[in-house]
Ligand binder design. Structure first.
Ligand code: UT7
Length: 344
């Protein structure tokens, strides 16, 4: 059986930058507190006319270009999101239409910040069993639409973004060696967006008054501790499954929830923090989009080199967590800066 490969990556962030200093004018906070407690300096905010599928489209076009493919080549589109364009239809259906990917089937996956890893895992199964050949997996969010801009404890965290990957069994590209996904519904009350769901009354003046349409963090301090443990265990699981230890891994690309979580799990795994990819300072927490955005940035900035072993890992509402191990081979036409230095 041929290897499952990531043959292209892409990403997109909206142009509008919201800095901590901007937030100082909106809520009782300071740049110093936000940087110290979260590592975030700024985040991107979608324009009113930009929906999740629009961000996803930009990222997808980039990934398709990198894979030297057109939308018609796709037979599966998965969008991981908790902020779809609307409850129905799926953001993936909108994306399919906007791409003109008429030969694909499209659906959304809801696993909060771990959604992209879940999407990769689903695509991996379809590619393995041969039902589909060219899969687009996207993590895309316009979280800013669900943020309570008066709640200083959470509004400082979120940002909007999208990242995409094309997976297939082509000759070239990074090998997806394994995926590992988990959930514990009994512990899933850490991240709630109740408004519009069937467990609550229909959206009404009363539900808006109660703030049910806002994304709510429940006991974030507890989540912080659980995240450190789950990140570390997820990395160990992906490495061990493939006969490695975490110290053999060249780069970990984790969900960007809090810089202190990233440093704490690196310490727990006894690996240098330089081996953990960080971009939370510029983009904040964009839920399911953080991992594919970071992956694309790591690829395009030359941070990843041929032969590198990379773990993608995430943790989020649900409770959900997961990881995957990738052995990198450059899918993009752009030269690997390190290889160019050696040859030139
Ligand atoms: O992606 C998965 C979902 N993400 C999460 O679940 C987030 C995980 N948790 C975290 O990242 C951190 O717990 C937070 C960043 C949310 C909070 O950081 P913390 O260090 O745990 O702060 P805290 O909640 O313990 O609050 C410390 C103090 C409090 O004041 P008092 O009670 O000590 O007087 C808060 O009221 O900081 C205050 N505070 C703020 N001060 C200035 C809370 N938010 C702010 C703020 N600016 N924005």
């Amino acid at each position: 059986m041929g290897a499952i490969r990531i043959s292209g990556t892409g990403s997109y962030v909206p142009e509008k930058v919201l800095t901590n200093h901007d937030l100082e004018k909106m809520v009782d906070t300071t740049d110093e507190w936000i940087v110290q407690r979260t590592g975030i300096r700024e985040r991107r905010i979608a324009e009113p006319q930009e929906a999740t599928s629009d961000l996803a489209k930009h990222a997808s076009m980039e990934a398709l270009e990198a894979a030297a493919m057109s939308p018609e080549d796709l037979d599966l589109i998965i969008v991981a999101t908790i902020t779809p364009d609307m409850c129905c239809p799926a953001a993936a259906n909108w994306l399919q239409a906007k791409l003109g990917a008429k030969n694909a089937v499209s659906f959304d996956v809801t696993a909060a910040c771990t959604g992209f890893i879940f999407g990769l895992s689903i695509a991996e199964q379809y590619l393995k069993n041969g039902q589909y050949e060219n899969c687009l997996v996207v993590g895309a969010e316009v979280v800013s639409r669900t943020v309570n801009w008066k709640d200083r404890a959470s509004c400082i965290l979120w940002g909007d973004a999208a990242g995409a990957t094309v997976l297939n069994k082509s000759e070239k590209g990074a090998e997806l060696l394994s995926t590992h996904i988990h959930s514990d519904g009994s512990a899933g009350r850490n991240l709630l967006l109740p408004g519009g769901g069937s467990a609550t009354t229909p959206i009404s003046r009363n539900s808006v008054h109660k703030g049910l349409h806002y994304l709510k963090l429940i006991d974030p301090n507890k989540t912080f501790k659980v995240a450190v443990k789950q990140f570390a265990e997820s990395c160990e699981e992906a490495a061990a499954f493939n006969g490695y230890s975490v110290s053999d891994v060249d780069l970990i690309i984790p969900h960007q929830a809090n810089i202190r979580i990233l440093h704490a799990f690196a310490q727990r795994l006894k690996i240098p923090t330089e081996r953990v990819f960080v971009n939370i300072d510029k983009y904040g927490n964009s839920s399911a989009a953080t991992v594919p955005l970071a992956l694309d940035q790591a690829v395009r900035s030359g941070r990843i080199h041929s032969g590198d072993k990379i773990i993608l890992t995430a943790f989020g509402g649900g409770l959900t967590w997961g990881s995957c191990l990738v052995r990198w081979h450059r899918p993009h036409a752009t030269a690997d800066p390190r290889e160019a230095m050696v040859s030139g």
